[in-house]
Ligand binder design. Structure first.
Ligand code: SF4
Length: 445
């Protein structure tokens, strides 16, 4: 027992122990936030949890997103519960055979840290993943304990994205889904063969089973909500997954076909692509990281799958298994299909207008609505938000076609290449919470 003196201050031993614990938490945070930076799957879009008298509010407009230059979200406290893994995935920095400091938060530590960061306005929510401590079930129990403390003890209503651990029991996935806004299960690698080679303790079945459970439970939750407004909400922001690109030999065509299958079969909100970073077992992996531009082009192709009505087989086929680094995938597809252009923006249906490079989903809808009033010209297209330096080669408006349409394929290609260049995506690095560069500091922690 430690005594408290008559003036109300703590005695020396207790104060020293508390200070030591605080230093310990900061050390753990440094280790576990650094280990979490390799996880790309975190955005807080789509959450609709409202604050009801406690702390935080995850309705879309209440969440501030902050994205690093390479596209990763840094608005959430992104941290691992533990990096002391029993697994040995070759590409992973937390694998049991790797050197490096290990740490594990207790549920109380993690809940208090999140709340203290939230109160200081450093973060809007939490992204919680974990290495496998002892077993998938034990790890999930630690995570559930931490989230339950946040939700029930601290009254935290902010956004929480949690990773379900493959191999954990379905009852624990259920409990995690009732606490988190979004769940994700990492698919990790694009094929079962690569999984066997680089992540021998994981199987396709152990990854897909929780995905299917989350999908089915979400459907059931929607039905329950339709009957009873107060029904508990299971992962209301849906599920996502992450795939490592470049650690194994699969082509972009294979990756996109897998992505398409995941969207169709498991109702995923997002598939995140993470360009492999050489932190793993060098004997089993490529020495060099793939260019971030590959990851960027995959995201663009993913967008075409989800919002533009493309199929994976249209974007890439067996003859061209890799996305063209010089052109965005929509321009590349349009150049391969000159017979589909020019598209008359004053007559074509929405689906065809969506295929014009330089015309986004919102602009396409505006076009369909605006053309009811008067025929559209290129000037009009520009005002509606089209990127005419790309659209000019593929669209026909009132007043004829632009001179660009009469240029040869090579000339169009070189002009589009200049228009599609993505500055700053040739290099880049993962961010660290403790990075010393001023632009990366989170509110001067
Ligand atoms: S299970 Fe594999 S990927 Fe996950 S933390 Fe452990 S070694 Fe890394």
């Amino acid at each position: 027992m430690f005594a408290i003196c008559s003036k109300g201050c703590y005695n020396g031993r207790r104060r020293r122990r508390r200070e030591a614990e605080e230093v310990d938490i900061w050390k753990k945070l440094a280790i576990l936030s650094d280990a979490a930076k390799y996880d790309a799957a975190c955005t807080s879009s789509g959450a609709s949890r409202r604050g009801t008298g406690g702390l935080g509010n995850a309705v879309s407009c209440g969440i501030c997103h902050s994205f690093a230059a390479d596209g990763r979200c840094i608005a959430l406290l992104k941290v691992l519960m533990s990096n002391a893994c029993v697994g040995d995935c070759r590409y992973c920095q937390s694998r049991c055979s790797a050197d490096g400091p290990r740490a594990t938060f207790t549920p109380e530590e993690l809940a208090e840290l999140t709340i203290s960061f939230y109160r200081r306005n450093y973060i809007e929510g939490l992204f919680l993943s974990s290495a496998i401590v002892r077993s998938p079930d034990y790890t999930m129990e630690l995570m559930i304990d931490a989230l339950a403390r946040l939700r029930h003890e601290h009254g935290f209503h902010g956004y929480i994205h949690a990773k379900a651990i493959p191999g954990a029991s379905p009852a624990l996935v259920e409990r995690l889904g009732l606490l988190a806004d979004r769940l994700s299960v990492n698919i990790e690698l694009p094929s079962e063969a690569s999984l066997r080679r680089l992540a021998p303790h994981k199987t396709k079945a152990s990854i897909l089973a929780p995905m299917a459970q989350i999908r089915d439970r979400a459907v059931q939750g929607e039905r329950e909500l339709a009957l009873y407004r107060g029904a508990p909400r299971f992962a209301p922001a849906g599920q996502s997954t992450q795939m490592i690109v470049g650690a194994s030999p699969e082509t972009d065509a294979q990756i996109l076909r897998l992505t398409q299958g995941l969207y169709r079969k498991y109702r995923l909100r997002r598939v995140f692509y993470s360009a492999y970073i050489p932190v793993g077992d060098a004997r089993a992996l490529p020495v060099k990281a793939p260019p971030l531009l590959r990851e960027h082009r995959l995201y663009q192709a993913d967008w075409l799958l989800r919002f533009y009505g493309f199929t994976a087989e249209e974007i890439l086929d067996g003859a061209e298994p890799m996305l063209d680094p010089r052109l965005d995938p929509k321009c590349a597809w349009a150049l391969r299909h000159p017979e589909r252009f020019p598209v008359d923006v004053n007559r074509a249906p929405l689906e065809e207008i969506l295929r014009i490079p330089g015309v986004g989903v919102r602009t396409a809808r505006r076009i369909v609505s605006a053309r009811r009033e008067a025929p559209l010209t290129f000037e009009g297209l520009k005002k509606l938000g089209a990127v005419t330096r790309r659209a000019q080669f593929f669209a026909a408006c009132a007043g004829g076609v632009q001179p660009g349409l009469r240029a040869g394929r090579e000339a169009v290609c070189s002009q589009l290449t200049a228009a599609c260049r993505v500055p700053g995506l040739t290099g880049g690095e993962q961010l660290s919470l403790f990075d010393q560069r001023p632009q990366l500091l989170l509110g001067g922690i």
